[in-house]
Write a protein that binds this ligand. Structure first.
Ligand code: F0G
Length: 349
């Protein structure tokens, strides 16, 4: 059975007879219903889409498979991206799979350990620059103007084409679009991709409603909310530590056309949602991914009308990517001697 985004959604993607139809099994991620949290938040239904179940542990694989397939089809030999970590992990994996050499440019010392380990293992050339993501993206854009290297950041429209398939899957599974879609916003490509996906399915008659797109930036990296680039973005959620998003205009269009909103969530709100999701529902997303649920909790607190609403929160990447942040959360760890008595004592109290 052929699997993956290119096969499943071929009719909606820029696939030609010359497109190599490879896959690592991306897409088809779980949509988990959480009625207890729905009751707590006060919405009708609440689902989490676990994009961390993609082959490299984040939603980036949906767009990367399309971007890298098209680059291969067009005869590219090398691909390049700037990244806060997940795009580089995905580019490195799909570069290996399609036989294109991956080059990744990352902010030195500022990407989560698991993501760096992935780029190392998949054999990417890793260029760690003394700067932030926005500077890295600027450099990569300039490099591709003068070198024959395919750009696989979300400025490459094939990336958003692939990422829109997550919206298709939600509609296919719920048999309708949700009322509200909550997701983190960093470089702002994903919110634009989801909106494109929901609109295309709506036009194709597969959904009657269009969701309101609710995007959440980290408060220390919230250029869209503030209406101006942020020179030195800061947040615990390193994946969305971005001060000048490439798809800014598309994100604003998605917000306005859908009647949604883009808001800021603080690091405390992110970390609270990160813990709550893991401890109450067994869903371990990375900190940036928790911005979706942090945002929903904020909406509930602010009295946003949620009663009866069907809400989907996107968990964009797995928590295993960022062990350092996970280990900074107070855990319940007891070390004892290897005896029955010592372990029995540790069971209580
Ligand atoms: N969540 C995670 C886990 C991410 O890695 C990213 C972006 C986002 C959310 C935001 O999505 O950029 O489409 O608004 N990560 C990029 C990267 C920037 O380089 O991996 P966006």
């Amino acid at each position: 059975m052929p699997h993956g985004v290119l096969h499943r959604f071929e009719a909606f993607l820029p696939v030609t007879p010359a497109t190599p139809m490879l896959s690592l099994g991306e897409g088809d991620t779980p949509l988990v219903s959480c009625p207890r949290l729905a009751a707590e938040v006060g919405c009708g239904e609440l689902y989490f889409k676990l994009e961390g179940c993609n082959p490299t542990g984040s939603f980036k694989d949906r767009g990367m498979v399309v971007a890298v397939a098209k680059a291969a089809e067009q005869g590219a030999r090398r691909i390049i991206c700037a990244s806060t970590g997940n795009t580089s992990a995905s580019a490195a994996a799909y570069g290996a799979r399609f036989g294109l050499a991956p080059l990744v440019v990352v902010p030195k010392g500022n990407i989560a350990l698991g993501k760096l380990a992935q780029a190392v293992m998949y054999g990417a050339r890793i260029i760690a620059v003394d700067g932030n993501f926005d500077e890295a993206l600027d450099i990569v854009k300039r490099v591709t103007e003068t070198h024959p290297i395919a750009l696989v950041n979300s400025l490459n429209p094939h990336r958003l084409e692939g990422q829109k398939t997550a919206a298709f899957e939600i509609v296919d599974e719920l048999r309708e679009a949700p009322d509200l879609l909550c997701l983190p916003v960093g470089n702002a490509g994903n919110i634009a991709a989801y909106w494109k996906g929901f609109r295309e399915y709506h036009q194709a008659g597969r959904a009657k409603v269009l969701p309101r797109m609710m995007g959440f930036e980290a408060a220390g990296a919230a250029p869209i909310v503030q209406g101006a680039p942020v020179a030195h973005p800061q947040t615990v959620a390193s994946a969305i530590r971005i001060g000048n998003p490439a798809s800014w205009r598309l994100a604003v269009a998605a917000r306005d056309e859908s009647g949604g909103d883009i808001r800021a969530v603080t690091d405390d709100e992110i970390l609270n949602a990160y813990r709550k999701l893991a401890r109450q529902e067994g869903i371990f997303g990375e900190p940036a991914s928790a911005a979706s649920f942090a945002g929903l909790l904020q909406l509930a607190r602010d009295g946003y009308p949620l009663a009866g609403q069907r809400v989907v929160c996107i968990v964009t990447g797995t928590g295993l990517k960022d062990p350092d942040t996970a280990m900074s959360v107070p855990g319940d760890l007891v070390e004892t001697a290897a005896t029955i008595e010592a372990v029995e004592r540790a069971l209580i109290g």
